[in-house]
Structure formats: C-alpha cells, structure tokens
Ligand binder design. Structure first.
Ligand SMILES: NC(=O)c1ccc[n+]([C@@H]2O[C@H](COP(=O)([O-])OP(=O)(O)OC[C@H]3O[C@@H](n4cnc5c(N)ncnc54)[C@H](OP(=O)(O)O)[C@@H]3O)[C@@H](O)[C@H]2O)c1
Length: 272
C-alpha cells in the first residue's frame, strides 16, 4: 500500500503563548502559526483573546486556538497544563510573554511619543519614559504579581510536560532586568548564583524588594535604585525563573543562557 505523503498530525509541534492578544505576544503567535506550529494563544480577557484568534484565522492561520488564562492565577495555569496534556499530550514551546510595565504614563499628548523618543538610545528612552510616568506601591506589587509570580506559576505548571517533550522555554524580558543595575554586591551575587538559586528565594526577594520600596530603602539595600529600579520588578526575577525551577543543576546554566537576550548572547558575561 502506498504511504500517504500527509504529515502525521502528531508530529506537529505545539506552543503556548501567554498574553497573546496583542503586541509582541500576538506577533509571536502569528509567526509560530505561519511556521506550521499549533498555537494556543492565551489571554486574560475572553473577548480580546477571541478577537486576536479570529484575526489570525482571517490571515489564513486556522491552527490557533484560544485559552483564557490570567497568569497571576495559579489554578488557571494548572488547568491549562491539564488541557494541553489531555488534548495534545505534548508541549514543544512555552513563551512567557504576558507582562505589565507597572507604571502610569503621563505623556504630553501634544508631542507624539515617537517624536519625543526619536534619536535616543535605549537608556535615554527609558529615562525619558520614567520622567514622564509615575509609579505607586500598588503598581509595583501588581507588576511583580504578573511578571514574576505569573511567569513562575505558568512555568511550574507546564514544565513537566515541556521537559517530557524536550521542549523550549522562552521568557520575554528586557535588558533593563540585568544585574549590572544593582549596587548591592551581595544581592547581585545571590541572583547570579544559578546553581543554588531557588524559586522560594526569588519569592522572598520579591517581598524584600517591596518592603524596601515602601520604606524608601532601595538604594541603601543595594537594589537598582535610580530609574532602573522599575526594571527589577518588571524583569529581573522573571529572567531567573527557568533556571531556578529546573530540577537538574547541570541544565541551569543552559537555561540561564536560553532565557537571555540576543545582546547577552553576543556578550555572555553581561548577564550580570
Ligand atoms: N515592547 C517593548 O519595548 C518591551 C521591552 C522589554 C520587555 N518587554 C516585555 O515584552 C512583553 C510584551 O510586551 P508588549 O510590548 O507586547 O506589551 P503589551 O502590548 O502591553 O502586551 C502585554 C500582554 O500581556 C498581557 N497581560 C498583562 N497582564 C496579564 C495577566 N495577568 N495575565 C495574562 N496576560 C496578561 C496583556 O493582556 P491585556 O491586553 O489583557 O492587558 C497583553 O496581551 C511584556 O512582558 C513586556 O514586559 C517589552
């Protein structure tokens, strides 16, 4: 009997993308689906998520489906893991993209933002944005809840399936989460000690950060205390979730590199 030339559907790779309804997340979904990957586009809002899926279907990408997930809800992450396991039995790619900036922009609407940022370096752009925004304690708390704890919940729930599928984990982050912005050597050393870092310690550090933020003690205690402190809550701990979550120490350095940005890949030592 002649063998069918159709690919076995079970060979199709499966990806989960968090915060897939807009921005970078939606574009990642589009590109993955265009490359023949089955995409589970997750979003916290049913309407926004379903609309994004419809838009991608309209682009001729039918293999994208919606799953509602607020990453800050650990039970939701566990349900997603059950769903993916039951329906596909595999997970090849997890993209932790959902995140918030944790600040409120107070942009002068008479000057278009693109115009104001034109010609500025990445650091100058961040400085400008910070000068034109405010941050409250509540926003810092919310930001950690989503960017760090949310990333942790989703990673921990899906990691067993991802590992059993020999899959890839990608955390979307920013160079502003680099340890070079810390003034405290002890904090920097601890966060850079990938072999011994645990998620429990990352949890504690997030509590300490918030306490110092509330008591105006960021600088004396060695946190990034100038404009970059915004970046700690948005980026630093979540960059370390993959390495800290892995059960095998030997894989941690690799995880750390994989979750690094392309700039760091060019300069591997700049993770600090
Ligand atoms: N754009 C940049 O220049 C830049 C630079 C560095 C890092 N990043 C990081 O890249 C990621 C994507 O950025 P972006 O510019 O595409 O941002 P964006 O357009 O604001 O998209 C963020 C996405 O995250 C979702 N989200 C927020 N909180 C969530 C929660 N609790 N549960 C599930 N989804 C949630 C948002 O959903 P809603 O629509 O419901 O709010 C949205 O889909 C973020 O993690 C960001 O920190 C971006």
């Amino acid at each position: 009997m002649e063998r069918s030339s159709c690919p076995d559907p079970s060979d199709k790779r499966v990806a989960v993308v968090t915060g897939g309804n807009k921005g970078i997340g939606r574009e990642v979904c589009r590109q993955l689906a265009s490359s023949g990957v089955t995409v589970i586009l997750t979003a916290r809002d049913e309407k926004r998520g379903s609309e994004a899926v419809e838009t991608l279907h309209g682009l001729g990408l039918p293999d994208v489906q919606f799953y509602r997930l607020d990453v800050s809800d650990p039970a939701g992450a566990a349900h997603l893991a059950e769903f993916v396991k039951e329906k596909f039995g595999r997970l090849d790619i997890l993209i932790n993209n959902a995140g918030v900036i944790g600040a409120t922009a107070e942009i002068d609407t008479t000057t278009p933002i693109q115009e104001a940022l034109e010609g500025k370096s990445a650091m100058e752009r961040l400085q400008w944005l910070l000068q034109h925004s405010t941050e409250s304690y509540e926003e810092a708390e919310e930001c950690l809840k989503i960017n760090y704890f949310g990333t942790k919940y989703v990673t921990q729930a899906l990691l067993p399936l991802l590992l059993s599928s020999n899959g890839r984990l990608i955390n979307v982050s920013s160079n502003y989460g680099l340890l070079r912005y810390f003034s405290g050597e002890d904090l920097k050393r601890e966060l850079n000690d990938i072999d011994n870092l645990t998620v429990e310690r990352l949890d504690e550090m997030s509590e300490l950060f918030l306490k110092d933020y509330k008591n105006d003690q960021l600088k004396p205690h060695g946190w990034p205390a100038e404009s970059e402190y915004l970046a700690y809550k948005a980026n630093t701990p979540r960059r370390r979730v993959p390495a800290a979550s892995l059960p095998w120490r030997c894989c941690r350095k690799e995880a750390q590199l994989v979750c690094s940005s392309s700039a760091e890949k060019k300069h591997p030592s700049c993770n600090t």
